[in-house]
Write a protein that binds this ligand. Structure first.
Ligand SMILES: Cc1cc2nc3c(=O)[nH]c(=O)nc-3n(C[C@H](O)[C@H](O)[C@H](O)COP(=O)(O)OP(=O)(O)OC[C@H]3O[C@@H](n4cnc5c(N)ncnc54)[C@H](O)[C@@H]3O)c2cc1C
Length: 385
C-alpha cells in the first residue's frame, strides 16, 4: 500500500491535515485506532480562536460552524463575587467562537468521506519508521504496511509517533489539581464564559449551544467521580460562582462527566527525517487557556503549506523550518496556558504570600487595560503569520 502522506491518528489534527492536503491534490491515508462513533463523541475542546475558524472556513469546512457556532466578544473574570469583563474584540479586533470539537470532527469525517478520502477507523498503528516512511498497522485482525513519502504523527499525547523521534527532548509540568468537567442539558446561565477564582478552587462556566452548558470545577488530582453526586457538583459550582447581586446558576441534567489531569508538555524537535509531529502528539497545555485544539489546527495548517510547497515546487524550505516555526507558537501558548492556570487556580501548596501576590495579579488584570489587552490577544490567538 502506498500514499504520499501517512497520517497517524484521526483526531482533529489528522483529519484536518488530510482535508487540507486533499484540497492541494496531495493524497493521504488516515489511520485511526478507535471507531468512528468514539472519535465523534469524545467530549473535549469547544473554544476556537479566530485563526482556527478562518482555516476551517477557508478550506470549505465551515458551513455548519457558520450556522451553529456562537461568536463571542469577551470573557468574564470573577473573583470576590464580582465580575470583570475582558472585552476581547474591543481590545484586539478579533473574536472567538464556541463550537465543539465533536462537531469539528463530525464535519471533517463527513467531508473526507464525501471527497473519497481514505480514513480507516479501528486501524491501530503499531510502529513507524521515519527513515523509510513505513507505517505498520493492524486492521481486521491482520497486520499491514503503508509506505509513504512523509508521515504525520497526529496520534495525540498517548500515541506511538513521538517515541519514533530519537533523542526527543521533553519539557513538562504537572499541576497539583485536576478538572472535573460536566456537560449539562440546561441553557447556559451566562452569555459569555466566566472564569471564576475562589478560595475553594477555580470554576469555569462554558457552553456548547444555547441549550447545553459545559462547566468545570478544580478538584484534587486523586478526585473520584463516585464522590461527586450531581447535587454536590451543582452546589460547589454555585458557591464558586456566587455573587451578592442575585445572579443564579441554573442546574440541569448532567449528561457527561470526567476528570482531566492538568499538564503542560512539549517535545522537541517536532520533526525527524520523514516524520512530522502535530497537535497533542507533540505538546499539551492545561485547558485553562483553551489552546490545545487551536495549536493542533495551527500545526497542521503550517504542515499542509510546507508539504504543498514540497510537492508543487520541489523545495523543502518550509518543511525544514516546520519544527522551529511551530515551536515558537507552541511556547507562546504554553506560557499563556501556564499563566492563566496559575492566575486562576487555588494552589493547595500556596502560602499566605503566594495568595496575596495572586490577588494583586488578578486585580491588575481586572483594572489595567494594558494587562487585559495582553490576556485578550493571547486568548483570541496571535495571527498565524
Ligand atoms: C477537558 C478538556 C477540555 C479542553 N478544552 C479545550 C478548549 O476549549 N480549546 C482548545 O483549543 N483545546 C482544548 N482541549 C484540548 C484539545 O481537546 C486537544 O488539544 C485536541 O484534541 C488535540 O487534537 P489532536 O488531533 O492533536 O489529538 P487527539 O484529539 O488526541 O487525537 C489523536 C487521535 O489519535 C488516535 N490514536 C492514538 N494512538 C493511535 C495509534 N497507535 N494508531 C492510530 N490512531 C491512534 C486517537 O484515538 C485519537 O483519535 C481540551 C482538552 C480536554 C481534555
Amino acid at each position: 500500500m502506498r500514499t504520499q502522506v501517512a497520517i497517524v491518528g484521526g483526531g482533529p489534527a489528522g483529519l484536518l491535515l488530510s482535508h487540507l492536503l486533499h484540497r492541494q491534490g496531495i493524497a493521504s491515508v488516515v489511520l485511526e485506532s478507535r471507531d468512528r462513533g468514539y472519535v465523534e463523541r469524545r467530549q473535549r475542546a469547544g473554544m476556537l480562536e479566530q485563526n482556527t475558524t478562518d482555516v476551517l472556513r477557508g478550506s470549505g469546512a465551515g458551513a455548519r460552524l457558520d450556522r451553529e457556532g456562537l461568536v463571542h466578544h469577551g470573557i468574564e473574570l470573577r473573583f470576590d463575587g464580582t465580575g470583570h469583563r475582558i472585552p476581547i474584540t474591543d481590545l484586539t479586533g478579533r473574536t472567538v467562537t464556541i463550537y465543539a470539537q465533536t462537531e469539528i470532527v463530525k464535519d471533517l469525517v463527513a467531508l473526507r468521506l464525501a471527497d473519497g478520502g481514505d480514513v480507516r477507523f479501528e486501524a491501530e498503528v503499531l510502529a513507524l519508521d521515519p527513515s523509510t516512511g513505513t507505517v505498520t498497522f493492524r486492521q481486521d485482525g491482520a497486520t499491514h504496511e503503508l509506505h509513504a513519502d512523509y508521515i504525520a504523527g497526529c496520534d495525540g499525547f498517548h500515541g506511538v509517533s513521538r517515541a519514533a523521534v530519537p533523542d526527543v527532548r521533553t519539557f513538562s509540568r504537572d499541576y497539583p489539581f485536576a478538572w472535573l468537567g460536566i456537560l449539562a442539558d440546561v441553557a447556559p446561565s451566562t452569555d459569555e464564559l466566566i472564569y471564576a477564582h475562589h478560595e475553594r478552587g477555580f470554576a469555569l462556566h462554558s457552553l456548547r449551544s444555547p441549550s447545553v452548558s459545559r462547566l468545570y470545577l478544580q478538584v484534587a488530582t486523586d478526585a473520584d467521580l463516585a464522590d461527586w453526586s450531581d447535587q454536590r457538583i451543582w452546589d460547589e459550582l454555585a458557591t464558586r460562582f456566587g455573587t451578592p447581586d442575585g445572579w443564579q446558576l441554573k442546574p440541569g441534567p448532567i449528561t457527561d462527566r470526567s476528570v482531566t489531569p492538568m499538564r503542560s508538555f512539549v517535545a522537541e524537535p517536532m520533526r525527524h527525517d520523514r516524520l512530522f509531529l502535530a497537535g497533542d502528539a507533540a505538546h499539551i497545555v492545561p485547558p485553562t487557556g483553551a489552546k490545545g485544539l487551536n495549536l493542533a489546527v495551527s500545526d497542521v495548517t503550517i504542515l499542509a503549506r510546507a508539504l504543498t510547497e514540497r510537492y508543487t515546487s520541489g523545495t523543502s524550505a518550509l518543511l525544514d523550518a516546520y519544527s522551529a516555526t511551530c515551536l515558537s507558537r507552541v511556547w507562546r501558548a504554553e506560557h499563556f496556558s501556564y499563566w492563566m492556570t496559575t492566575l486562576l487556580h487555588a494552589d493547595p501548596g500556596a502560602d499566605a504570600f503566594d495568595r496575596r501576590v495572586q490577588r494583586a495579579h488578578l486585580e491588575y488584570v481586572a483594572s489595567s487595560p494594558a494587562a487585559a489587552t495582553s490576556l485578550a490577544e493571547n486568548y483570541a490567538g496571535l495571527p498565524l503569520e
